[in-house]
Ligand binder design. Structure first.
Ligand code: ADP
Length: 360
């Protein structure tokens, strides 16, 4: 019976990606009891507007093709398509997508974006891990208010580190491996061996996304790290001003050089919202859009300069977790949704680049 139902689901399309539920890996549970069946299926967007329509379609088809079934209940949850990559599956079994968050230069808000994006993806229903690989200044433990260090456990006879779990996000940081205030010079090979350790010696278990907060810049260290991780893609964070854009171009080109697709740019510090509601373009306007158009890559979103983003980051509970319904929180949420759509579209049609226009 379950087989028959799964075969029917292989002929019905998930409505957003227009690929069938089975191919996408979106059939999470099929539970048959007597003449009724309960299904748990994945969908790319939990804000999809016609759940009754798709539920009726699925129930109708099953009842039509299997007359013994009288009742069908369908529950939807967020579905993330696996990035088909053998190297990743060996090093990080259970992790569906690995994403490097990079910037051409420091101080553009890369770590702030990484931590808020991780939180936003988690709020959408994704299982998220975050590796703070910023060897120059691992700041994510502070942004997430973490004071403990990871424990080591035995898993299948091997010692593994348990990631710290904070607000539902699994975290590892280079900061956990070095003493506070110690002047450790992380040369390229050391950094990449630490990163390898984070991939193979940490018990990540099942994750939809493992984000890497990369060190800023485009030097040898960054290049080595980009080659060390089997990446689904990168995200390049920039501010709108020309000096940051020229470094973001280098960031984009670095990933292209190692065959890692750039999933999109995020423009941070796009404008300041004055108390009377006007937008002040402190660092210029439209830089993120310009660079996205130039490389034909998505602009995933534009985040304003917001005192609350800075304050909440410093206090250990980023804005996405402390004020998700603020204007900035809503913008970061839309970035997470754009990223999910971009990744699911790419992963479900690997030969094509994503063709769906995003809403920014
Ligand atoms: P990077 O990782 O690129 O070096 P950080 O994320 O550490 O940058 O951010 C640098 C500083 O700017 C931090 O103090 C952070 O709180 C602040 N910041 C980042 N983005 C914003 C923003 N959109 N609005 C206000 N402050 C921000």
């Amino acid at each position: 019976m379950e087989k028959k139902i799964r075969s029917i689901l292989s002929k019905i399309n998930e409505p957003i990606l227009s690929k069938d539920f089975s191919t996408l890996g979106f059939v999470f549970d099929v539970n048959v009891k007597g003449d009724s069946v309960k299904l748990r299926l994945g969908i790319t967007d939990m804000d999809y507007t016609d759940f009754p329509g798709i539920k009726n379609k699925i129930a109708g088809k099953i009842i039509e093709e299997i007359p013994e079934i009288k009742k069908v209940e369908v529950d939807f949850m967020l579905g993330i398509v696996n990035h088909d990559n053998k190297q990743k599956d060996v090093v990080l079994p259970g992790v569906k997508n690995t994403i490097a968050i990079a910037s051409g230069k420091g101080g553009v808000g890369k770590s702030t974006v990484a931590v808020n994006l991780a939180a936003a993806l988690s709020l959408e229903g994704a299982k998220v891990g975050l590796i703070d690989a910023d060897i120059y200044g691992p700041s994510i433990p502070i942004m997430l208010g973490i004071n403990e260090r990871p424990r080591v456990v035995q898993s299948n006879g091997v010692n593994k580190m348990l990631p710290i779990v904070q607000y539902g996000i699994k975290l590892m940081s280079i900061g956990f491996l070095v003493e506070d205030n110690s002047a450790v010079v992380w040369r390229g090979p050391m950094a990449s061996s630490a990163l390898k350790q984070f991939m193979s010696e940490v018990l990540w278990e099942d994750l939809d996304f493992l984000l890497f907060d990369m060190p800023p810049g485009t030097g040898d260290i960054q290049l080595t790290l980009s080659q060390t991780i089997p990446l689904t893609g990168s995200i390049v964070v920039t501010t709108p001003q020309e000096i940051s854009l020229s470094d973001a171009r280098k960031g984009h080109n670095m990933f292209v050089k190692v065959n890692v697709p750039n999933l999109g740019f995020i423009e941070n510090m796009s404008y300041y919202l004055t108390p009377d509601g006007n937008k002040e373009y402190i660092f210029g306007q439209g830089g993120g859009r310009k660079i996205s158009d130039e490389f034909k890559v998505k602009l995933l979103g534009e985040i304003p300069i917001d005192t609350e983003i800075r304050v909440t980051g410093d206090s250990g509970k980023p804005i996405m977790l402390s004020k998700p319904d603020s204007d900035s929180g809503k913008i970061i949420r839309s970035i997470a949704k754009n990223l999910i759509l971009e990744i699911n579209t790419r992963n479900s049609s690997p030969s094509k680049s994503a063709g769906i226009e995003l809403i920014v």
